[in-house]
Design a protein around this ligand. Sequence first.
Ligand code: ASP
Length: 599
Amino acid sequence: MKRTHHCNELRPAHIGQTVTLTGWVHSRRDLGGLIFIDVRDREGRTQTVFDPSDLPKELFERAAALRSECVIRATGKVRQRPEGTNNPKIPTGEVEVMAKELEVLNVADVLPFPVDDPEVASKVNEELRLKYRYLDLRRPEMARNLRLRSKVAIATRQYMDEQGFLEIETPTLFKSTPEGAREFLVPSRVNPGQFYALPQSPQQFKQILMVGGVERYFQLARCYRDEDLRADRQPEFTQVDIEMSFIEREDIYALIEGLLKRVWKTALNLDVPTPFKRISFEEALNRWGIDKPDTRFGMELVDFTEEFRASKFKVFSGAVAAGGVVKALNAKGLAGATQGQIETMTEYAKSFGAKGLAFIKVEGGEWKSPIVKFFSDTEKAALAQKLKIEEGDLILFAADQWLNACEILGKIRLYCADVLKGQGKLAIPADRFDFLWVVDFPLLSFDKEQNRWYSSHHPFTAPVAEDVALLKTDPKKVRGQHYDVVVNGVELGGGSIRIHQPDVQKTVFEEVLQIPPEETKLRFGYMLEAFRYGAPPHGGIALGFDRLCAILCGTPSIRDVIAFPKTAKGTDLMTDSPAAVSPRQLRDLHIEVKAAKKE
Ligand code: ASP
């Protein structure tokens, strides 16, 4: 069964050698009486040639009957390809193998979609790709993605080991902790009526490991969230999960910068400069309108609150009077925005509760806008100067409470960048990676509907030391020791220094988050207890491993770096899961199902 070489190995130096290749029939061409078969394995492909004048009839006919994706073993002599027939697109393109033997190891049915033509394959509908994932995985792009993912996982393990971390598995049968995302429940057969939950992250176990004296833990951890899936989410996903003791934020920054440097070098042979920039949450919102800014291009938000405080234009001065701000951005070169594009941007503004979107198109030397007539000369001069307004620009405004105004323009900024990219007016090199840390997040956010505070990150995040006293008096001012690592506008991961004092943790649960004491005890009692027996100061982080691999592979979808991903509806089209189970299984699990009636 053995091959002598893989299909990406043969070069002119092998000419004259007799070799054996194994793999799949990538393509077959019949030309001038000869049959050309490209044999493909996971490394690449090599052309084999079947010449009827040189082969027993039966063998030649066997080759002639081969269909795409049949599995074969072929033996023959390597030779130089005839003059003018080299294929510079593949590394083995200077040679070919003159077949002498052919064994068909398995036949293949007609394929539901071709795997040999990247042009065609990229247009195959994703449902079909997922149903026949094993075929999809044979495509060189997917094979490359899986290989890169494996390399990144191994580099991560090596680096973490060098840094003194232990790889420790935590349970996937955990307990329900209704906080944040919805959980998957697993019924217990031997404990009737009781359920495990699949963990949303190993957060609690990893903190307990610190109490257990482990000091440095990591894991490539599978996590589960039963959320309504947004475009690029998966119900199960992988995190590089990390926790360490006796540290401060700086230690995590240095550790992760080193890890990402290693990973980028391994995967892309790129040198990532460190340390990364640090940007406060407030600055990120002020300048880019988002807490995970893409800093590869400008179009920054500019503040005009003071300039419009006393403006005749009531929409602006009114917003300021109500404690809000006026902000604007200059989408350079986008004055020609279509009605549809302006409407899309207006919808963004409205989704944040704004009434509309104010804008100015600078065209033909004129400021075209229904609102300019309300602006004073001083106001206009301030706009022109601070936004560097020129012919062809599109100026967009938001006048609202600070966070809203920032977020509206933040979304619009990204949208404008996409439009400009589409028009070829904004070019970002594919190998440019802008890493940064976002820090100083508010510890708490306010839920207006429920009229209570909730943790911006999670309830175990420690407040910044100077702000602890404000917890009970002015919670909105408390900054958390939370950090996110961001690249090119994508949140790669986040973490925090944790609360390790049981009394502070109890205050956060009960007084700040207002979880009733009985519930705190039920849900987190074991943690509070553990913290009473000598919990070291500790902190950690988790990086989204699928997202990380997607960025390295240059694909927008994490499904392209997961071997068997689920659809947006959480289904696995290949195995047809989830599925109903037998009444007997249900009975054993003490479960009765009220099946939703099919319409
Ligand atoms: N457990 C957190 C998460 O999954 C990360 C952390 O704080 O380490 O987002």
